[in-house]
Write a protein that binds this ligand. Structure first.
Ligand code: GLA
Length: 712
């Protein structure tokens, strides 16, 4: 709901509100963001700061919604442009606004030049989220050079804030970090052309006391799969702001007369109920409003990569498929190594047709054999990159990103096609469309295995630095066209594991392969971080031969908290292992609706003292499943104690393995003591079903031996 006041607007979601308005100087100013208040008059007026001595003008001190670089403003701006006559600042004035029940558009324009800015705010009521983007239109007759244009600036009162963010690297992505912000600017970014393994375009701010279950938290994401930047700035005047959007590193965009440029969307929200609720809001939003296919039950898949690497040929793949089917897998994904001349990482990339020596009877026959085993068939591709040793590169050496005078540096033996070019987009659409039309492919895994170097575009239509954005637009165009033409195909997104785990991909991909690291003990923390942003129904998890020293059941349990897959060389597994796998897969099938569609509660953070626990609760709160893990802890470490979450207080539930029928309130207020009951040793794990039952509670409502109140 959007309320309009004289010179101001209040954007209301179910539980929150965001207010903005014009101040006396005519600047579009942030007024409020937090819990929804009862009356429009409750929200503060736009502020009118005075100057601070000769060095700080009011404009530096005003919390502007979308500050342009101008005046005596030295904060991180949202917009920086250069006009054709060399003027390098932008002086934005209010020009009007319109709104419907969900969207507010505020129009600003430069005070001298015919340059128009539209700020769009969209309300997602049920998810308590606000979506923002900005569009710049050149109504003049000379080009304007955009040098920075963020999607949004989010304001926070005062200086005492803690930033939560995600960080890591290849094989070790999405670790949760929390740190107090101090005066200055903390920058998180990617300059790699993909959103990257190293940081995610995600933030959460709290006042330092917020926990999983309690406390205020403001959080957000950027819907973008390329280079991005996040600045968390505390000014010397105790104002805190988070800016998020396209990275301005090496960026420029020529905005020709009549053209418009729109930023990616930034999405953010507020909750009083802790980091867990923040994640669940994002999960609901992604499931309900972002994913291309409505939430459905994803199949258990087998992936052949770690079993055979590039050594692919029909019979060995079939042997894997036979065992995978026997274990209960429902989809067989043929990974890298299937296509023309792909015998190692040095050749073939770009030539997307089956290698005749590897599939002498043709891929079609192989797919029918997989289908006859009762499994769907999936295929790996890496369309954005090309080996110099490929027919594609020999035909089109000019199609790759490069500077003409520089060596073309290889990453994993490949160069990157310039997806900013329309001819490259057309080629990919055509060749991949042909592949999807020719074979019975139910699922595609789209990989991207290098980062950019020599970011050149010789003959670029505008500024060569437009590459950073045009590439991603081109990528989206190829995905969107393929999805439109093949709507039934499930798409997995991967970039050497989690190098492109972002909201932009989730508009197009059903699942993300979040890390090449499937060693269960490190994976738990990677998954925990990923779940801060996105739901388990998008999180692909495989059991591989990594960390074979751990019990197979533990490795399965860790993978059962997402979309379960197997990626091991199961030809070498013992009959015992196959029986364990078969039992785990069968069990997963009984709980996957909860994991994939339920509300996720992180009961125990994975990075903390050797334990990890997650709970998924059905939307009607009728059932739930609890996963608990013990990695390595010293023997004297107190054992795991957990409280359940998300149950209906009045209903009665049973918890598998714990005696008694108790109210949801009881299970949520008393500790489950795993030490006394079904205790976990190092590298042991357990899965417990929680069921609502209609039978009244018996006399054993509180059993002090098995469960005790906190602190006893
Ligand atoms: C990347 C992916 C792997 C696998 C290989 C194939 O590393 O993350 O899962 O697909 O590429 O080359």
């Amino acid at each position: 709901m959007i309320h309009t006041q004289p010179g101001g607007w209040i954007l209301e979601t179910d539980r929150t509100a965001y207010a903005l308005g014009l101040n006396a100087a005519g600047l579009l100013t942030h007024r409020y963001w937090g819990e929804r208040l009862p009356y429009p008059e409750d929200y503060p007026e736009a502020v009118n700061p005075g100057a601070w001595g000769p060095f700080n003008n009011p404009s530096h001190l005003t919390p502007e919604e979308f500050p342009g670089y101008s005046d005596m403003k030295y904060i991180e701006p949202c917009l920086k442009v250069t006009f054709a006559d060399g003027v390098r600042d932008v002086d934005l004035r209010f020009g009007g606004a319109d709104s419907d029940s969900e969207t507010l558009r505020v129009y600003l324009h430069d005070s001298v030049y015919p340059l128009h800015l539209t700020l769009e705010y969209r309300v997602h009521s049920a998810a308590d989220l606000i979506e923002r983007r900005a569009t710049l239109t050149n109504a003049g007759d000379a080009p304007v050079r955009i040098e920075r244009m963020l999607s949004a600036l989010w304001h926070f009162p005062g200086a005492h804030w803690r930033l939560t963010y995600l960080t890591g690297r290849w094989f070790d992505e999405t670790h949760v970090r929390r740190e107090a912000l101090q005066e200055g600017v903390k920058v998180l970014e990617s300059r790699r052309l993909t959103s990257g393994h190293h940081f995610q375009p995600y933030f959460a701010l709290d006042r330092g006391q917020t926990t999983e279950d309690h406390g205020d938290v403001w959080y957000g994401l950027l819907e973008w799969s390329g280079s991005w930047k996040l600045t968390a700035e505390v000014s010397n005047f105790h104002q805190t702001r988070v800016g998020i959007g396209l990275n301005d590193w090496d960026f420029a965009w020529r905005l020709n007369p009549g053209d418009a440029f729109t930023t990616p969307a930034a999405i953010a929200g507020f909750t009083r109920r802790g980091f867990g609720a923040a994640s669940r809001n994002l999960h609901n939003f992604v499931r309900d409003s972002v994913l291309p296919h409505p939430p459905d039950v994803h199949k258990v898949f087998y992936n052949s990569w770690e079993a055979t690497l590039f050594d692919v040929e029909a019979e060995s793949q079939y042997a894997l498929a036979v065992t995978a089917a026997r274990m209960g897998c429902e989809l067989f994904m043929l990974d890298d190594g299937w296509y023309h001349e792909r015998f190692n990482q040095d050749s073939g990339l770009g030539d997307w047709w089956p290698d005749a020596r590897k599939f002498p009877d043709g891929l079609e026959v192989f797919i029918s054999r997989v289908n006859a085993l009762g499994m769907d068939f999936g295929l790996w591709i890496e369309p954005e990159n090309v080996n110099p040793d490929s027919d594609l590169y020999r035909a089109h050496p000019d199609w790759v990103i490069h500077f003409p005078t520089r060596e073309r540096r290889l990453g994993r033996s490949a160069l990157t096609l310039n997806l900013g070019r329309v001819d490259v987009q057309e080629y990919l659409i055509e060749s991949l469309d042909r592949l999807l039309a020719a074979y019975n492919i139910a699922c595609v895994k789209w990989d991207m295995n290098r980062n950019i170097s020599e970011a050149g575009w010789p003959d670029a239509p505008g500024e060569p630095q437009e590459l950073w954005v045009r590439y991603v637009h081109g990528l989206y165009r190829v995905w969107d066209t393929l999805r439109e033409r093949h709507p039934q195909v499930i798409f997995h997104s991967c970039s050497g594991g989690g190098g492109r785990s972002d909201l932009g991909m989730l508009r197009r991909a059903d699942l993300i392969w979040i890390s090449d690291n499937s060693a269960a003990s490190s994976r738990l923390a990677i998954q925990d971080g990923y779940l801060h942003m996105f739901p388990a129904c998008t999180m692909q998890t495989w059991v591989t031969d990594q960390q074979q020293e751990l019990p197979l059941e533990f490795r399965f349990h860790a993978a059962m908290t997402g979309i379960l897959g197997v990626g091991a060389d199961i030809r070498r597994w013992s009959e015992n292992d196959i029986q364990t796998a078969t039992a785990c897969i069968a069990r997963y099938k009984t709980i996957r609706p909860l994991v994939q569609s339920g509300d996720c509660y992180r009961l125990h953070p994975a990075d903390d003292r050797g334990f990890s626990a997650l709970q998924f609760v059905s939307k009607d709160r009728g059932e739930a499943v609890l996963f608990a893990f013990r990695t390595h802890t010293a023997q004297h470490e107190p054992s795991l104690r957990l409280r359940l979450c998300g149950l209906d207080s009045e209903s009665r539930y049973t918890v598998e393995g714990f005696p008694g029928v108790r109210s949801g309130a009881a299970w949520m207020n008393l500790d489950l003591e795993f030490g006394k009951y079904g205790g976990l040793h190092n590298f042991e794990s357990t899965i417990r079903r929680i069921q609502r039952v209609e039978t009244p509670a018996g006399p054993d409502v509180v059993d002090h031996i098995l469960i005790t109140e906190q602190g006893e």
